[in-house]
Design a protein around this ligand. Sequence first.
Ligand code: FHN
Length: 414
Amino acid sequence: LLMTLFSFQTKAQETEQSKEERMAWFKDAKLGIFIHWGIYAVNGIDESWSFHNGYITYEDYMKQLNGFTAKNYDPEYWAKLIKESGAKYTVITTKHHDGVALWNTKQGDLNVIDKTPAKKDLITPFAKAVRKEGLKLGLYYSLLDWSYPDYPNFLRNEKRYKEDDKRWNKFTKFNFGQLKELTAYDPDLYWFDGDWEQKAEKWKAKEIRELLFKETPSTIINSRLQGYGDYATPEQGVPVNKPKDKYWELCMTMNNSWGYQPNDTKYKSLNQIIRIFVDCINMGGNLLLDIGPKADGTIPEEQVEILKGLGKWTNKHAAAIYGTRAGIPFGHFNGYSALSKDKTILYLYVDNKPNGPLLIKGLKNKVNRAWVVGNGTKLKTDVVGKLYWSKVPGLLYIDLPEHVQDENVTVIAL
Ligand code: FHN
């Protein structure tokens, strides 16, 4: 009890140091895999938004419940594949804005057990498989619920609840009930979404945070809880400048869809994804890369291929990924970089074929040696412009011969 009381955190109580300890795995993880899985995969249409935006009626959207079989669902394989990609954590949609729960919720019956041919809880075996692979578990949960009869529903032209406290309280009770159920999975991370429709007081964001920390004291919450989260969650675009937030994560799709959409064949190449990934590392953030499994539970081939390709690259360059910290300003090196946690190693990510030697300017330390990460080749360096009174190079040139270059992004360590 004492332990729980001590670790029970509200925003005001937590010190910077205890937050650092709580956030440590997340800061070091760098790569996570996001999973958008739901009935929208049946027709292969936009998750929830397709009825919100009027591409399909709500009734027709819900007919997808009948086609959600999950018959080839293999959570162990999913977890293995995620591990193989080099990700250290994964975040799965337990409930999207359409309100369909993927676990055995006791709050109402809009869930895959009661309403779809899948007829089984999909989150429990996934959570188990994820733990078995030594990965951290994140649960995505949409605060807004466009199916719940007492949630202000645009389908009924109810824009906002101002007046009907009774119905809103009913909805809040439902939300808290579902969240309490999710705490049983002991998630390492709660990934909220859909908070934009109401203010913090309305969601009871502070109370949600308190509930989650009471049940899962060392967990982490993303930013989408109207100011009651732990880290920033930019979406789809890598920030142009290093975010001010100490902790952040870019969530991004492989093509242009979160869920499975066979029509969307516009996949980013592995090379593009790796370059986006090192862009995040360079600014001290994480990448949460999304996959969208089919309604039967198979992961589309293109996505498997990207995860495996990513795995080859992350495995080879592990030293320059996990636990690194943001790199040096572009003025020093015309490209992405990162520092080892103890700041003794500088990693340079070379994402283009260099035309000549690479240049690093304004170093404050003597460089002992340079080598190619994941290959070990020591590189020739050439110091130019070193003044007689200075111990550090003015200009440091590094030769990067063709035969040691990676087909995607080469990493040099100094
Ligand atoms: O509306 C959702 C969207 O469908 C998807 O789930 C993404 C993932 O970050 N979040 C929302 C929009 O911010």
